[in-house]
Design a protein around this ligand. Structure first.
Ligand code: KG4
Ligand code: ZN
Length: 331
């Protein structure tokens, strides 16, 4: 069965085709229009989705070498996300499903990030511990079975990606901040400043990142612009080291306490090179099996939505045609 996946929850317009043989095509357009505003402008995002959705879906079908008639189902993100953006993808998917008489499945974007681990063939199977780290979410989840999630902990304030983006803004690094800090920090000194590691030793699986961000702010407040410029790479490397240490150590702790040897990462921040290395090192030390999607499947994409939809549609699970967007949908 060829499943078309559609993702429009934020500022990526994306479509992909997934079938029995795996991923057949994967098209993602990151909307450049938001760059000059230093963040996503919801109204502009919706308008860009409207402009891009038809050509992106067409390109996904063309790349997969199939026509609409060869589709067996449609998967679409219905939350969480920006309501106007979700509406574009969802209404497009509903119209296509009705006109072509195809089953439709609404996919939870966060679950899609988890399923990104199943796009490429590997031996990952539940149960496993999954750290989901994106621009809007930071959650540590016990994946008991396919589609069965127990939330172990989450951030009490900023999401991991949000902290990256805010620190990047403070230091005029540019937008989007996460990938830029990732690049800048390479070869810099992560021990330059010992920023706090909030909640690292607390007896729970929650996170808090606003304190690290504030510590960066207090540090740079004392400095003039030239010194900031000189130290910038070491500052971002030190910020990153603090944030990543908490993420990794709490994930390792969950894996040890639950006796689950498999760990998976998901979400945009999982594409971070420092995190991937650090997590890899700690997992090896504990003889744990670590799974991380290829970076292109960590950041928002439709391959993960098509892959999730393929799983549910194959079990004959589908959504009602009156499916509505759920901007605050939880896992
Ligand atoms: O999963 P995602 O693409 O979208 C959401 O669902 O939020 O995650 C986006 C977040 C942004 O905050 C972005 O700065 C961060 O992921 N990000 C990174 C990297 N690539 C994306 N953070 C750190 N290092 C990266 N290489
Ligand atoms: Zn996402």
């Amino acid at each position: 069965m060829n499943v078309l996946g559609i993702e429009t929850s934020c500022d990526e317009t994306a479509a992909a085709v997934f079938n029995n043989d795996g991923l057949k095509s994967n098209i993602v357009t990151s909307q450049a229009i938001h760059f000059k505003y230093g963040g996503v402008v919801p109204e502009l995002a919706s308008r860009e989705h409207i402009r891009l959705i038809v050509p992106i879906v067409q390109k996904a079908l063309d790349d997969a070498g199939i026509s609409i008639k060869q589709l067996g189902g449609i998967a679409v993100t219905y939350g969480p996300g920006l309501v106007g953006s979700l509406l574009v993808g969802l209404n497009f998917a509903k119209a296509l499903s009705m006109s072509q008489k195809l089953p439709l499945i609404g996919v939870n974007h966060i679950e899609g990030h988890v399923f990104a681990n199943f796009i490429e063939e590997n031996d990952l199977k539940p149960p496993f511990i999954c750290l989901i780290i994106s621009g809007g979410h930071t959650q540590l989840v016990f994946v008991k079975d396919y589609g069965q999630y127990e939330l172990l902990g989450k951030t009490r304030d900023d999401a991991a990606g949000e902290a990256y983006d805010k620190v990047a803004k403070m230091l005029n690094v540019g937008y989007p901040g996460g990938p830029l800090i990732d690049k800048m920090a390479k070869g810099a000194n992560p021990e330059f400043i010992n920023f706090p590691r909030p909640m690292l030793r607390d007896d729970n699986y929650d996170f808090s990142f606003s304190g690290i961000k504030t510590a960066v702010l207090y540090y740079i407040r004392k400095l003039n612009e030239q010194i900031i410029d000189k130290q910038k790479r070491d500052i971002v490397a030190s910020f990153q080291a603090a944030l990543v240490e908490v993420l990794v150590e709490k994930t390792i702790k969950a894996s040890l306490n639950y006796g689950i040897k498999s760990i998976a990462l998901a979400g945009g921040v999982a594409s971070n090179s420092y995190l991937r290395n650090y997590m890899g090192k700690r997992a090896r030390e504990h003889d744990m099996n670590l799974y991380i999607p290829d970076p292109q499947y960590c950041t928002d994409n439709a391959a993960m939505i098509a892959c999730t939809g393929y799983f549910y549609l194959n079990k004959n699970i589908e959504s009602y045609p009156d499916l509505a967007p759920k901007p605050s949908l939880k896992l």
